[in-house]
Design a protein around this ligand. Structure first.
Ligand code: 1HE
Length: 262
């Protein structure tokens, strides 16, 4: 694989850290950058058991590269094809079977929010803000927000977000499910790395079931969903790898859950 220009890829044991490094454009996603993002999640470094998705600079991601869009003056079919590329790339992030922890800061807007929504856990630091400003720019979402963001915040709220271009800060984002944890300014990356290291210690089959199964089952009817849940549990609960963990629990060698610790 040739060296990417718009992302960096670093491995720390089983954790692979993918960083958007186009800070002069506020990490706006161009066609080339999208392909680089897709490639690393499609073919992760050997031994990857979890990902951190991070960004350089003050902002996570400003969405679609509006300059490239303007300059290319794409035809309807060209943009449809582009959307399909976004969908393909973000589907790989969501469904490759490997957990992705996003470290959010500054603007997480438009296509940047679509990218974050494809990650499984979102850690936001103080100063993060979420928005869908597409309406204001006269455009529409095209990277999966109508599916992923609408499911998080409800379709009605997404309509409002797009019409009003209102921004939600990290705390409000936490209430709405746009992020799962808020940390002090400057701490999102270290917390995401810590969580990714913890998640990497889960059996891969268990992580696979969690990150692919829950979303897919929620696309199914109740009957199909319950059946699919049984099939996944059948594979995970009978995995010989989990026996040691249960024994460690019985012999009180594992840390107990504590109230109020997230
Ligand atoms: C960009 C982009 C971009 C910045 N494409 N070049 N997304 C938006 O509508 C967000 C647009 N961006 C912003 O609102 C602001 O840039 C930020 C709040 C993210 C950051 O503000 P700030 O003051 O730190 O930076 P800036 O001066 O606005 O931007 C720095 C440079 O990055 C500037 O270029 P320069 O040549 O003047 O230095 C900006 O033009 C450039 N820049 N954002 C291209 N998005 C699959 S469909 C998805 C639909 C969408 O995502 S719509 C995009 C929504």
């Amino acid at each position: 694989m040739t060296k990417p220009n718009y992302i960096t890829i670093e491995t720390d044991g089983p954790v692979t850290i993918v960083t958007l490094v186009r800070e002069d454009r506020r990490n706006a996603i161009s066609e080339d950058m999208l392909l680089e993002i897709e490639n690393v999640f499609r073919a992760p470094p050997e031994g990857t058991r979890s990902f951190v998705l991070a960004a350089k600079g003050d902002h996570f991601c400003a969405g679609l590269d509006l300059r490239e869009h303007y300059d290319k003056d794409r035809s309807p079919i060209e943009f449809m094809t582009m959307c399909q590329k976004w969908h393909r790339a973000f589907d790989i992030i969501q469904f490759s079977g490997i957990p992705v922890i996003a470290a959010l800061k500054g603007a997480v807007v438009g296509g940047g929010l679509e990218l974050a929504a494809a990650a499984h856990v979102r850690i936001a630091e103080e100063g993060t803000f979420f928005a869908l400003p597409e309406g204001q720019r006269g455009i529409f979402t095209g990277g999966g927000a109508t599916v992923r963001v609408a499911r998080i915040v409800t379709p009605a709220r997404m309509v409002d977000m797009m019409l009003s271009a209102r921004t939600y800060d990290a705390r409000r984002g936490l209430d709405l499910g746009l992020c799962h944890e808020v940390v002090e300014a400057g701490q999102a990356l270290s917390r995401a790395r810590e969580l990714a290291a913890q998640v990497a210690r889960n059996p891969p089959t268990t992580n696979f079931a969690i990150v692919t199964g829950i979303s897919r089952i929620n696309d199914m009817s109740t009957t199909d969903g319950l059946f699919a849940e049984g099939l996944l549990a059948m594979a995970v609960q009978t995995n010989p790898e989990i026996r040691d963990r249960l024994e460690a629990f019985f012999s009180k060698k594992t840390k107990r859950l504590e109230p109020g610790v997230s």
